[in-house]
Design a protein around this ligand. Structure first.
Ligand code: MN
Length: 246
């Protein structure tokens, strides 16, 4: 593998705004950076801005759904993720066995709300006004390699997303151990996925994502989703994932 200098890494990732200013730092550098000032402040998760108007994805995804989904549902996952972390902090500080009985519930809340926060954060960026079409360049070639063709990928992904049992997500992910793309149908936010894989393209198939416009017709919503995808964002995420997990 061609070595990548820290300067090159920082330069190429600087515009992606995924993790603030820590990429390329050592663990000690990160700890030192965050221990300055008023001491060990809890690092809070927050709702990222949508990045476009609520009605930008009309007619495929309606404005009211986008507003409720981003401002209420996603905000709730970020809030409950912070709450779970604060709860775990309190348990460790108090240390009694009564307090430790809360570990199971808080750990479940961490996985559920944390995964929900991550996937929604990716989801908003995967879409744009006047999106759709097909990917080009290296992403297109990798989809061809791993799924046979773009059309076969679309059929595979649509079926996986459409048949998630209950609430969940269709997910195209980069899997670094085998260096290939995989499709998952995750249940809730955190189940039926594979450790280490990085979500590149995700489709929320919880009813809150489509029920106002499509009611029980999840398949129609998944079909419409192909018209709002920002393939440049998906390609950028693939390049970023490959650099960070190489
Ligand atoms: Mn959702």
């Amino acid at each position: 593998m061609q070595p990548v200098s820290r300067r090159e890494m920082l330069g190429s990732l600087g515009t992606l705004a995924v993790a603030g200013g820590w990429i390329g730092l050592t663990p000690d550098e990160v700890v030192a950076q965050e221990s300055g000032g008023s001491g060990k402040a809890l690092r809070e998760y927050s709702l990222p801005p949508l990045g476009y108007a609520y009605d930008a994805l009309e007619p495929h995804i309606d404005a009211q759904t986008m507003q409720l989904h981003h401002d209420k549902h996603h905000a709730g996952y970020a809030r409950k993720l912070n709450k779970a972390l604060k709860g775990l902090d309190a348990v460790r500080q108090k240390g009694g066995s009564g307090e430790f009985a809360r570990i199971r519930t808080l750990t479940d809340a961490l996985a559920f709300n944390g995964s929900g926060h991550v996937l929604h954060t990716v989801f908003w960026k995967n879409m744009k006004k006047h999106g759709g079409g097909q990917p080009t360049g290296s992403l297109a070639r990798m989809l061809d390699r791993d799924f046979g063709s773009f059309d076969r990928f679309v059929k595979h992904y649509s079926k996986a997303a459409g048949t998630v049992q209950g609430s969940g997500w269709g997910i195209l992910a980069w899997e670094p151990l085998s260096r290939r793309l995989l499709v998952f149908g995750a249940e809730k936010h955190q189940n039926l996925t594979m450790w280490g894989s990085v979500p590149l393209l995700v489709t929320d198939v919880w009813e809150h994502a489509y029920y106002l416009k499509y009611q029980n017709q999840r398949g129609k919503y998944v079909a419409a989703f192909w018209n709002v995808i920002d393939w440049d964002n998906v390609a950028e995420r693939l390049s970023q994932a490959m650099r960070l997990t190489g």
